[in-house]
Write a protein that binds this ligand. Structure first.
Ligand SMILES: [Zn+2]
Length: 388
């Protein structure tokens, strides 16, 4: 354990997400931060900064908590660029496209899958993501789901068993749910922290999703759910009823769905890269936030409906297309994502939190939305260490 202390000085704007500092982001100006080992030890005005073993000066740049991407599907092989090109010329997205990736993933070796995840995680880190959740869901057999999760576990503890992504060819939904909740869950659970299902027309109905989620919870996994992405449906209310940590997509919601989310405290994870990449309508983030629903933003990085790994892009989309303020979007991409993973050690920069930092080549967090598409992430610190 490296216990040397580092004073990070010259921070023009420090986003702490600490409510004690006021506003949605707990911003400190002309600030400094001290790192001890892998943790934040102190934050405050630069003029009051304590001594440390070493000192780094950021010359007025903004510092944010590392982004927490609470929804991704990085374990796959191949891509679907042709499907995307076809969709952009008028063909609709359907859940069945997943099967193309399933075939490629099953044919790939463990080494090929690992190399692809490593490539994407590196890509994410360069764009400021310091915590990532990774799902299975392109194996859809006992052996391929288990090895997908074993691959994901090399990169994060936030691994999610999504055997109930789509019903694979050659079986029916009832038989497949039996497999998912039986031998597949047994093989997957040692490598997974979370259980998930795709509750959508063309994937799994509410009864099937409930069966999967309850089996996973009985095996010690915590629940999250894909719901209400392609149209209205029962998934959001199922997630609220089961007390799941998060329900993801939330594009088509009724007033009763919004009430259920507010009352349950289940986090609504919005994935605006999907709507961007499928030309679907965006979720109504304003309605959710104004109703008091806790909101996260994540990438949903996957080869079909949304092949971006960029949280800065998702923040820009949330502001431009979902009418979130820049502060709301940044909070949703940091503290929101942490809440969606039930984590209190990431997503904020307060004493005791992990020293996962994003340094922007800009004076404030607003520039993430104000300057879309510009590579503003000038540095990333992971557990107190700068990434080279
Ligand atoms: Zn997803």
């Amino acid at each position: 354990m490296n216990s040397a202390t580092t004073l990070v000085a010259g921070i023009g704007e420090l986003v702490t997400n600490d409510p004690a500092h006021g506003g949605p982001l707990g911003i400190l100006r002309d600030a400094a931060l001290v790192i001890d080992g892998d943790r934040v030890a102190w934050t405050g005005p630069a003029s009051a900064a304590p001594d440390a073993d070493q000192r780094v000066d950021l010359a007025g740049r903004a510092v944010l908590p590392g982004f927490v991407d609470s929804h991704s599907h990085l374990v796959f092989a191949g891509d679907r660029a042709e499907e995307f090109a076809a969709r952009m010329t008028g063909q609709p997205y359907s859940a069945g496209g997943i099967r193309t990736t399933v075939a490629a993933t099953r044919a790939a070796t463990d080494e090929e899958l690992t190399a692809n995840v490593a490539r994407l995680v590196t890509e994410m880190r360069r764009q400021g993501t310091t915590t990532v959740e990774i799902k299975s869901g392109y194996g859809l057999s006992v052996i391929d789901e288990a090895r997908s999760l074993a691959v994901a576990r090399q990169f994060t503890d936030e691994t999610t068993f999504l055997g109930a992504h789509v019903v694979p060819e050659g079986t029916d939904a009832t038989s497949y749910v039996d497999l998912v909740t039986g031998p597949m869950l047994d093989a997957a659970a040692p490598h997974a922290s979370w259980i998930d299902a795709f509750c959508e027309t063309g994937a799994f109905d509410a009864d099937q999703a409930r069966t999967v989620l309850e089996a996973g919870q009985a095996a010690g996994l915590r629940g999250r759910l894909h719901a209400n992405q392609l149209g209205p449906g029962p998934g959001v209310q199922l997630a609220a009823e089961l007390g799941l940590t998060a329900v993801d997509h939330c594009t088509y919601l009724t007033g009763a769905d919004v009430d259920a989310l507010r009352d349950s405290g289940t986090i609504a994870t919005l994935l605006p890269g999907v709507e961007f990449s499928t030309r679907h309508p965006y979720p109504d983030a304003r309605q959710l936030i104004d109703a008091g629903v806790a909101v996260a933003i994540a990438s949903d990085c996957n080869p079909g409906s949304c092949y971006t790994s960029s949280m800065p892009l998702c923040i820009a989309l949330a502001v431009r297309e979902m009418r979130m303020s820049p502060a709301e979007a940044v909070r949703a991409a940091t503290a929101g994502g942490a809440a969606a993973l039930d984590r209190d050690d990431v997503g904020s920069l307060t004493p005791g939190a992990r020293a996962d930092l994003v340094v922007l080549d800009a004076p404030s967090h607003v520039h993430l939305a104000y300057r879309p598409g510009v590579p503003l992430v000038a540095g990333v610190w992971l557990g107190g260490q700068p990434l080279s």
